[in-house]
Design a protein around this ligand. Structure first.
Ligand code: NAI
Length: 293
């Protein structure tokens, strides 16, 4: 298999733009597509800002920043991804929509193009099922924010060709990330292990054993985590993480240890989804965490 030089990214939201950033910084040509044209333009503008800041801080040469930006091509149609050797999908976390996009992609790209999903919780095998060539489908699961979170999970679906996963392992390293290989099970590694932290933290707060800010402080200061579970949920935002919690719970046939909490359901219903909304478990002013809400 030839080394991957041209990557398509479908979905120009938080994850798509992060994946586009590290790919362009690694010298790859990036084709960025989103059904929302404004999202593609916003993503490119935000990448320019990010690289400008890196230049100002002396962490990137101006010429390298210019070259990286030139490598990110905003695409108005999925057909513009025809020459990609890999397409990474980072759209809404819904199996039906992802399957539809993979089906459309298969009609556009060459047969040896790898199709990867950044899904947090959906089965790679299930996403691949509707594909003509399911062997080329794999999981490529980055974490937010992509440039800073250096781990990426590479997931082989049951009908996946190991060569596709191998190519993603190589590419992740070229992009300065640390790939870990996982089987296609709900939550893979990180979101499976992470469920314990979140669900037990939520249970402690729900049972009034201790307030959530105390749980965060203990996990940070005593257990050595960079953030407590509530700080992390606020960063990820509940509109993103709650569907993941529900999906993992359902896929394990309602196993109690994965059960989401009414504490998150009610916040989601009220739009208190986290930092980006200015309020979640905590309040935020100019992005800075305030006292618990
Ligand atoms: P986001 O909501 O920021 O961005 C999603 C983008 O996809 C939007 O710009 C939307 O217009 C676009 N989109 C929706 N349907 C589309 C379609 N059919 N074709 C093309 N574009 C479409 O979402 P985010 O946070 O970037 O998440 C994307 C994926 O990455 C999801 O599967 C999510 O579970 C996963 N993920 C998210 C993480 C996070 O912390 N935000 C972490 C790891 C994975």
């Amino acid at each position: 298999m030839k080394p991957i030089e041209t990557v398509g990214v479908v979905g120009a939201g938080a994850m798509g733009r992060g994946i586009a950033q590290i790919a362009a910084q690694a010298g790859l040509s990036v084709r960025l597509f989103d059904t929302n044209v404004d999202a593609v333009q916003a993503a490119r503008a935000s990448l320019q800002q990010t690289w400008d800041k890196l230049v100002q801080k002396g962490k990137m040469e101006p010429a390298a920043a210019d070259a990286a930006l030139r490598r990110v091509i905003a695409c108005a149609a999925l057909e513009d991804l025809a020459d990609c050797q890999l397409v990474v999908e980072a759209i809404v976390e819904r199996l039906d929509v992802k399957r539809e996009v993979f089906g459309k992609l298969e009609a556009v790209v060459a047969d040896d193009c790898i199709l990867a999903s950044n899904t947090s919780s959906l089965s790679i095998t299930a996403i691949a099922t509707g594909c003509r060539l399911p062997g080329r489908v794999a999981g490529f699961h980055f974490f937010n924010p992509v440039p800073l979170m250096k781990v990426v999970e590479v997931i082989d679906g049951l009908r996946g060709d190991p060569a596709a996963g191998d190519a993603l392992m190589d590419l992740a390293r070229r992009m300065g990330h640390t790939p870990v290989r996982a089987r296609d099970m709900p939550g893979f590694i990180v979101n499976h292990a992470g469920r314990g932290l979140n669900t037990e933290g939520l249970r402690i707060a729900q049972e009034s054993v201790a307030p959530f800010d105390q749980v965060d402080a203990i996990m940070r200061e005593q257990a050595g985590f960079r953030m407590g579970p509530f700080e992390l949920m606020d960063l990820t935002a509940l509109d993103v993480s709650h569907p993941v919690m529900e999906s993992i719970y359902r896929q394990f046939f309602d196993e109690a240890r994965f059960r989401p909490s009414p504490l998150t359901t009610v916040r989601l219903a009220g739009g208190l989804v986290g930092r980006k909304a200015g309020e979640g478990f905590y309040r935020y002013v100019d992005g800075q965490k305030q006292a618990p809400a």
